[in-house]
Design a protein around this ligand. Structure first.
Ligand code: NI
Ligand code: MN
Length: 222
C-alpha cells in the first residue's frame, strides 16, 4: 500500500510498509513539527536548489545514508557536502530499487550556477506519481502523458513563483491524469490559494479528482 504523506509546501513522502522516499524536504515552519532527524528514507529527491526545496535534504540524506537524486549541478553540490548523490538530468530514465525515476523539465530557476530546475515521474512500487516541481504550465506536459502512465499528478498551485490554480487546471487536461494533489500553496501570503476552489474547478471539468491533503495528513494511493 503506497501512501502520500504530506509534510507541507512541496515536501512529501511516498511510503510503503518497508520503504520511504522524500521529495523537496523543506521542513522550516512545517506545522507537523517533524524534524530532519525524525525522517527515515532510502532516497531524497530534490527538484532544484532553492531553499524551499533543498531544505534539510543534506541532513536527511546523511542521517539515513540515503541516495540524493537530482540534476547534475544540484547533486554534485550535495556530493561536495558529503552526501551520497546520484546525478541525473532532464530526460534521464533509470531503474531504482523502488521502481523508476524519469527526470522531467520544469520552467523555473535551478538555484545553482549552470543548472536547470526539474520535476520527476516516479514509479514507486507500481504507483506512478508525477511531481512537477516548481514550474509554469508548459505544452509538453501532454508529451509526458505519452511517455508514462501517470496515476497521480502533484502540481503547484500557489501562483507568484509557479503556475497558479487556473493554469494548473489546464495542466491537468494536458496531462490527462485522473488524480491530482495540489502543493506549493499557503506556505506564505504570496502563495495563498484556496485548494477547495481549485478542486471544485478541476472536478467541474469532469475528468480528474483532486485530493486536498492537509499538512501532516496522508493519502493512500490506489
Ligand atoms: Ni523554486
Ligand atoms: Mn518553491
Amino acid at each position: 500500500m503506497v501512501q502520500f504523506k504530506y509534510i507541507h509546501h512541496s515536501c512529501f513522502m511516498l511510503t510503503t510498509e518497508k520503504d520511504a522516499i522524500i521529495f523537496d524536504p523543506y521542513l522550516d515552519g512545517n506545522p507537523t513539527g517533524v524534524k530532519a532527524e525524525d525522517i527515515k528514507v532510502s532516497h531524497v529527491l530534490v527538484t532544484h536548489n532553492h531553499g524551499d526545496h533543498l531544505g534539510s535534504a543534506y541532513a536527511i540524506a546523511k542521517n539515513n545514508n540515503a541516495t540524493f537524486i537530482s540534476t547534475a549541478e544540484v547533486a554534485n553540490a550535495a556530493a561536495q557536502a558529503g552526501v551520497k548523490a546520484f546525478p541525473m538530468h532532464l530526460g534521464g530514465v533509470l531503474p531504482f530499487p523502488f521502481g523508476k525515476v524519469r527526470v522531467t523539465p520544469a520552467f523555473h530557476g535551478s538555484g545553482i550556477a549552470g543548472g536547470h530546475a526539474c520535476g520527476f515521474i516516479v514509479d514507486f512500487y507500481g504507483t506512478t506519481v508525477y511531481f512537477a516541481g516548481d514550474t509554469c504550465i508548459f505544452g509538453d506536459m501532454s508529451l509526458l502523458a505519452k511517455l508514462e502512465k501517470i496515476d497521480y499528478a502533484v502540481l503547484p498551485i500557489g501562483n507568484t513563483f509557479t503556475m497558479g490554480p487556473e493554469d494548473a487546471r489546464l495542466a491537468v487536461q494536458l496531462l490527462g491524469v485522473k488524480k491530482v494533489i495540489p502543493v506549493h500553496y499557503n506556505t506564505w501570503p504570496k502563495i495563498a490559494q484556496d485548494p477547495q476552489a481549485f478542486k471544485a474547478a478541476v472536478e467541474k471539468d469532469g475528468v480528474a479528482k483532486v485530493f486536498v491533503v492537509a499538512p501532516g495528513e496522508s493519502l493512500t494511493l490506489d
